[in-house]
Write a protein that binds this ligand. Sequence first.
Ligand code: ADP
Ligand code: MG
Length: 322
Amino acid sequence: MGEFELIRRHFQRSGVRLPPDVMLGVGDDGALLRPARGHELAISTDMLVQDRHFFATVDAAALGHKALAVNLSDLAAMGARPLGFTLALALPHADDAWLTAFARGLFALADSHACPLVGGDTTRGPLNICITVFGQVLAGRALRRSAARDGDDVYVSGRTGEARLALEHQRGTAWASPASGADLRQRLEWPTPRNALGVALAAVNGVHAAIDLSDGLVGDLGHVLAASGVGADIELAALPVAPALAALPPAERLECLLAGGDDYELLFTAHPAARDAVQAASRTSATPVTRIGRITAGLGIRLLDAQGQPHSVRVQGFDHFA
Ligand code: ADP
Ligand code: MG
């Protein structure tokens, strides 16, 4: 199977109709997208590298899903609706069964978000998957990291920490009970990007900043605070806790909740007057959200215990070059 046969067989889908905002997809020198009038183009790129982001043993369908999911999650954090994506793929060899499974996981998620593959590049090399996703958002409504304001509520979608617990489970540390292994692996390998919520939030007046949680809640919240020039109080007792985490010793539970990584939940801030509208966005997108704290004028993150007392824990976000 040569390069062009590989692309034709696995990535050029005949019989799948392109949405009206995609004028031209795979097969020409470039793709043509047409964002709706009055919208801005939102663009995000994420790369998955073997042994860094995943192990060689991971299921190819899960990898196809996750490669796109992490990119869709970035669009969700901008409040942008997906238009399409490109796929740059380096493969050690053209393994038909692997490619079939990879494409199955990839396209199932793409189809469920009406986000077609519109182009890419394919080359031989160590396994490396780079996706660029394109989306649109009403001009001026994108949710930026720099928009948090003193007095805002801080929210998180879903629950954090399960992907981290799954990783500990894979590493063979004693944290997770074996009974929860399969469910946890699902959370690590098949993350659900929160696009419906992101789009709904961008339409709410008073929703200010957002970020998606890829490197741990505290680390990613730190990016919002730094970009906005503010601080935050986080109420530890308010954090939603998955059943699998409830049995952990407190220090390990907090490590998962606050520094887990790979959660792909949205963290966002909103003016307190927007509480009802935020709940409505949560309902229309069928995505749970929890208020976990407040933005402060004083810099830094204070973690408050159930009595409102500052709790000293050291947690860090993930940094590839640290
Ligand atoms: P070029 O020589 O212009 O770079 P290529 O031969 O690399 O073109 O690709 C031919 C067509 O196939 C282009 O439309 C390109 O976008 C598409 N393509 C290549 N690899 C992929 C891929 N992995 N997924 C989707 N489309 C791809
Ligand atoms: Mg090319």
